[in-house]
Design a protein around this ligand. Structure first.
Ligand SMILES: Nc1ncnc2c1ncn2[C@@H]1O[C@H](COP(=O)(O)OP(=O)(O)OP(=O)(O)O)[C@@H](O)[C@H]1O
Ligand SMILES: [Mg+2]
Length: 414
C-alpha cells in the first residue's frame, strides 16, 4: 500500500473537506463510500495521537467483509503497531485506534471514547434511530471534536434513514451530499448503462444515482396495458409460480417466449391444497415439461395431511421440477424481480399477461405498500396471485430455471 492509494477523487474530497460535524452521504453503488470513510478515519487517527475511530456497518460480519481488508491495505506497516483480527482493530504507533464493529455494538460503546464515527450502509441498519439517539448522539455531545459520517446507497423512503437525510438538509453543522455512482470516479458509465437491462427503473435509480425511491402507494406502478396482450401457448415447457394460501390457492402458468415472460393463464382454487393444485395443472398440461417455482417455505410446511412437504407433493403428484432456493427470499427481492419483468430501466417490458388472467391483472394494478413499511400490505387479498407470479419471476431472475434474464433476451441455458 502506498500513500497514492489514499487518493481521493474530487467528489469524495469535497465531502471530507466540509467542516460539518454530521455528514450524510447518499450515493450510488461503487461511488467509493467505504474507502472514503476509511480514509477519513485514518486521517483523523494520524492527525490526533491517541484518538479512537469507529467504522460501523449493519453487522460485524458485514463490517469485516466490506472494510477490513481495505483498511489493512491502507495502513502502511510502518504506521501500525498492532493489527488485532479478533477485535477488528488497527492500532497506530501514535496510540490511535481504528476499530470495525456491527451496529449492534454501538450500545456497548457508551462511555467509551470516540472521535470519529463512520457509519457505512446506514440505510440498512435496523435500529438506526435507537443507535443514533441512544449511543452516537450522547457521545458526540461529550466530545468537542466528535464527528460522524453516514454513508449508504438509500433503501427507500418512510424510514429513519430518510429522516436523517432530511435533517441533514436543515440542521446547523450538518451537511448532506447525493452523488451518482459515476461521480465517484471509480465505475465506468457503460457498466451503469448495461445494468439497465437487469434492474427495474426505481431500483436502478436508487442503486446508481443514490435516489431515495419512496415505497409508497402502488407496488407495481409501471404495470399497464402494454403488459397485457393475447398470448398463445407454444407447446414448449412451462414454469408454474404458486402461492400456498389455501383459499384462494393461486398459480400462474408462465412460458418464456423469446425475450418475453408470458402468463398464459392463472389458476385459482378454493379450499385447496398442493395435491389438488398439482393434479389440476398436470391435467391441463399432461405431457409437458413443467418447472415449478413455489413459495420456498413449502420445503417444510404443508397444506395437506399427506405427511409430505408441499414441495414434495408438487413433485410427486404433478411431476414438477421444483426451482426453489433453500432459504426464503427477501420480500424486496420478490418485488424487485417482478418489477424487473414488468419494466426494466432500459424500457423493455418482458412480462406479457393474457387478458384472461383477471385476478392477476387486478392484483398487479391494486396491490399497495403497507404504509410505513417497505413491504406490500400482507393483509391484502391482492397479495396471493402476485406472490405466485413473484416466485416465478424470482426463480427466473435468480438463475434457478433453465432460462436466464440476458441483456437482450431470455436465453435457455439448460
Ligand atoms: N480512495 C480510493 N483509492 C483507491 N481505490 C478506490 C478508492 N475509492 C474507491 N476505490 C476503488 O473503487 C472500488 C469501490 O470503492 P468502495 O468499496 O469504497 O465503494 P462503495 O461505494 O463503498 O461501493 P459499494 O456500493 O459496493 O459499497 C474499490 O474497490 C476500489 O477499487
Ligand atoms: Mg461500500
Amino acid at each position: 500500500m502506498t500513500v497514492q492509494m489514499l487518493e481521493l477523487k474530487p467528489a469524495a474530497a469535497e465531502i471530507l473537506r466540509s467542516p460539518a460535524k454530521v455528514k450524510v452521504v447518499n450515493s450510488g453503488r461503487r461511488f467509493g463510500k467505504t474507502r472514503m470513510a476509511l480514509t477519513w478515519l485514518l486521517e483523523g487517527a494520524l492527525l490526533t495521537p491517541g484518538s479512537r475511530m469507529w467504522f460501523l456497518a449493519p453487522s460485524r460480519l458485514q463490517a469485516k467483509s466490506i472494510a477490513w481488508k481495505d483498511l489493512k491495505e491502507m495502513v502502511p506497516q510502518s504506521w501500525a503497531s498492532q493489527v488485532r483480527e479478533s477485535t477488528l482493530t488497527v492500532e497506530l504507533r501514535n496510540g490511535s485506534h481504528i476499530q470495525l464493529a456491527g451496529a449492534d455494538y454501538a450500545d456497548s460503546l457508551r462511555g467509551q471514547k470516540a472521535d470519529r464515527f463512520a457509519v457505512d450502509e446506514y440505510c440498512y441498519i435496523r435500529d438506526l434511530q435507537q443507535m443514533w439517539e441512544g449511543a452516537l448522539l450522547p457521545m458526540l455531545g461529550t466530545s468537542d471534536d466528535g464527528s460522524v459520517i453516514f454513508s449508504s446507497t438509500p433503501a427507500g423512503g418512510g424510514s429513519f434513514s430518510a429522516d436523517l437525510w432530511e435533517r441533514a438538509g436543515s440542521m446547523e453543522s450538518w451537511a448532506r451530499w447525493n452523488f451518482p455512482s459515476v461521480a465517484g470516479g471509480w465505475i465506468k458509465p457503460e457498466y451503469v448503462e448495461q445494468a439497465k437491462a437487469t434492474m427495474d427503473p426505481s431500483l436502478w435509480r436508487q442503486e446508481f444515482f443514490g435516489s431515495i425511491e419512496s415505497l409508497l402507494g402502488a407496488v407495481y406502478p409501471a404495470f399497464n396495458q402494454q403488459n397485457i396482450r393475447d398470448t398463445v401457448d407454444n407447446d414448449g415447457p412451462i414454469l408454474v409460480g404458486c402461492d400456498f394460501n389455501r383459499s384462494p390457492y393461486c398459480g400462474c402458468i408462465l412460458q418464456v417466449q423469446g425475450d418475453s415472460v408470458v402468463v398464459l393463464e392463472e389458476i385459482v382454487l378454493m379450499e385447496a391444497d398442493s395435491r389438488e393444485f398439482a393434479l389440476e395443472v398436470r391435467d391441463q398440461y399432461p405431457n409437458r415439461m413443467i418447472h415449478c417455482a413455489p413459495d420456498p417455505t413449502g420445503s417444510r410446511k404443508q397444506t395437506s395431511s399427506l405427511g409430505l412437504s408441499d414441495h414434495k407433493i408438487l413433485e410427486e403428484y404433478g411431476n414438477f421440477k421444483i426451482c426453489s432456493p433453500r432459504a426464503p427470499w427477501a420480500i424486496k427481492d420478490k418485488v424487485n424481480s417482478t418489477r424487473l419483468m414488468i419494466l426494466d430501466a432500459s424500457g423493455r417490458r418482458r412480462l406479457q399477461v393474457d387478458p384472461s388472467c383477471k385476478r392477476l391483472i387486478r392484483s398487479l394494478k391494486n396491490l399497495e405498500f403497507k404504509p410505513g413499511l417497505s413491504v406490500p400490505d400482507p393483509q391484502s387479498d391482492h397479495g396471493h396471485m402476485v406472490d405466485a407470479l413473484g416466485y416465478g419471476c424470482l426463480a427466473l431472475s435468480k438463475g434457478l430455471t433453465p432460462w436466464r434474464v440476458g441483456s437482450s433476451e431470455m436465453i435457455r441455458v439448460w
